[in-house]
Design a protein around this ligand. Sequence first.
Ligand SMILES: Nc1ncnc2c1ncn2[C@@H]1O[C@H](COP(=O)(O)OP(=O)(O)OP(=O)(O)O)[C@@H](O)[C@H]1O
Length: 329
Amino acid sequence: MIRLEGLTRSYGRTTAVDGVDLEVRAGELVTLVGPSGSGKSTILRLIAGLDRPDGGRVLVDGVDVAGVPPHRRAVAMVFQDYALFPHLTVHGNLTFGLRVRRVRRAEADRRARAAADRLGIGDLLDRYPDQMSGGQRQRVALARALLRDPSVYLLDEPLASLDAPLRFATRADLLALHRELRTTTVHVTHDQHEAMTLGDRVVVLADGRVRQVGPPQQVYDEPADTFVAGFLGSPPMNLVTGGGVLGGDPDVTLGVRPEDLTLDGEGPVAATLEAVEALGSEAILLTRCPDGTRLTVRTGPRPGVAPGDEVRLRADRLHRFDAATGRRR
Ligand SMILES: Nc1ncnc2c1ncn2[C@@H]1O[C@H](COP(=O)(O)OP(=O)(O)OP(=O)(O)O)[C@@H](O)[C@H]1O
């Protein structure tokens, strides 16, 4: 459906996108995730045609779209900041594009109402953007994208400005919408929960390059390198290089996820408990080993230990990386 081949874009001395190859299949929802500045938005803009690559190609349905202007690309982009017309009501915002495309008034009204109902904003059609909450505005922006009936959705952090409960609810709505419509979607986020829960596959980016592509659980279970290992997962994976407390050889970096470390009186790793973060449903233990290595442990709630306690730990699942290159072994 969408194929990126050696896609490259620089701004001055910054290489925002650096030789990205990626295939998004028809009907798939792919999340692009990575730290700030890793090139996520630039990739979306290049697909949408809002920016031009310095090198490489964007193919949609096998056709190079280099010469195709944004409004002819059959893509609908939704931005974090909604980009609604402030002087138009919800109804006006929803029907504007349809009217431009010469859809008749009654038909435009009908479609706008249907899209608004689907996103739960059917009773807000007469409101102006400044009379609505961020979540409501975001739904208007999504409804407007829906009305374009595109072959591809490009979503740039559409949930970033929502508070946590609303983000959770809207994420579920997005997922339901995608299940129903099966429109090919590229969803940019720096929120790893969003990336993990929404994506059929996740693409992890750093410095304009693809570090790993795969189904979320696979990327989590088998990170391709220490960057991905540290980026996906909260708290991040513990990484110990060169035969430290986790054992192993000097040329290996060993990793263990906090949930794979267990308090065990017989465990081989001795540590001092420095802090306990009780999060209600779970607890995070911050420990320090005699050699100074810090290990983060995830346990159930009420772990029954307190700061200052000497504990022993067992590592149940180790990841091995090359100490020099960081690549998974
Ligand atoms: N129009 C521009 N002019 C100059 N530099 C730019 C421009 N657009 C992006 N960049 C630079 O390119 C790099 C990638 O930016 P991009 O916005 O794609 O990253 P991102 O991963 O989407 O980041 P964020 O999560 O912060 O939105 C950054 O270093 C950014 O400063």
